[in-house]
Write a protein that binds this ligand. Sequence first.
Ligand code: 3PG
Length: 212
Amino acid sequence: MNPVVERVYEIGIIPVIAFNSVDEAVPLCKALVAGGLPAAEVTFRTACAEECIKKIHDEVPEMLLGAGTVLTEDQADRAMAAGASFIVAPGFDPNVTKHVIDKGGLMMPGTCSAGEMQQAMNLGCEALKFFPAEANGGVAMLKNIGGALKTAKWMCTGGINAKNVNDYLAYDQIFAVGGTWMCKSDKIKAGAWDEITAMCKEAVDTMLGLEL
Ligand code: 3PG
């Protein structure tokens, strides 16, 4: 397994973040680390994403950092140069996917059909994002596809929360989940770091309570 995929698997839950300002980056990441989730997918949905990735990379080096909502080759290049170890997109764009792979990066494109998954795997993607997971049939959908695509590995995001996280993680072809439920944007805006740490701890405890 690619060492970054392995690390994502070990952490299990990847907080998906849209930063409002660079000042939030370090305190939020310290709150995530304190809560047992030393990882973040920093999304390019806000303009400060690249700067946030750079700052976290320099100041909170224990974080496993990915870039999310990466829609263009230029964004992928900027994210990797800033220190992102993996690139995530909401959809499957063969050009961006190939570009990241050619540069030696780890690309997890968003996929929600067997056709997209096959194409991404044939381009060399070791890990796929299944997005939006709940709206596309959730675990039941992946179990159907997984019966045919036996080597597919998914990180699922979109509609995952404390109530359904273990339904996902209990399926062995799902190596991780991502989401915003432990770090909602209003909590980040309010600087509610202790609350975010507590939500992360709850997520980790739920995951550790998983009976396989
Ligand atoms: C993502 O980009 O992966 C999703 O926006 C996260 O989905 P959620 O907000 O439903 O957790």
